[in-house]
Write a new protein. Structure first.
Length: 111
């Protein structure tokens, strides 16, 4: 049986154009999802790290949203350019990327 060290969920939700909540797909999350898959493949971590696309995770205004378990670390505004850093620093190195934490982003927005 596979035993994952990390499970990465990327919101790839898509809503109709003009929807007031917006969505993560329109913020490039499908490319983020694909990049995570590529980075896992590149590091040959497919038996240790699972990557799944999900529907809405909740914080749509701060998408693209990503959550990593088992820690329950939430990231927001994740772009393709951020994926290698999350992989190297958090998934491999064990230290979450502070500047992309949902709590950091929310605090910067005054909430
Ligand atoms: S649409 Fe991605 S968090 Fe809601």
């Amino acid at each position: 049986m596979l035993k994952y060290s990390h499970h990465i969920f990327v919101c790839i939700n898509q809503r109709p154009p003009g929807h007031p909540k917006g969505d993560c797909s329109s913020k490039g999350s499908r490319d983020v999802f694909q990049k995570f898959q590529e980075e896992v493949e590149k590091r040959q971590l497919w038996e240790k790290v699972a990557v799944n696309g999900t529907t809405c995770l909740g914080p749509c205004n701060l998408g693209a949203s990503v959550v990593v378990y088992p820690e329950g670390i939430w990231y927001g505004q994740v772009g393709v350019k951020d994926v290698e850093e999350i992989m190297d620093q958090h998934i491999v190195g064990g230290k979450p990327v502070e500047r992309l934490l949902l709590s950091t982003l929310a605090a910067a927005m005054g909430g």
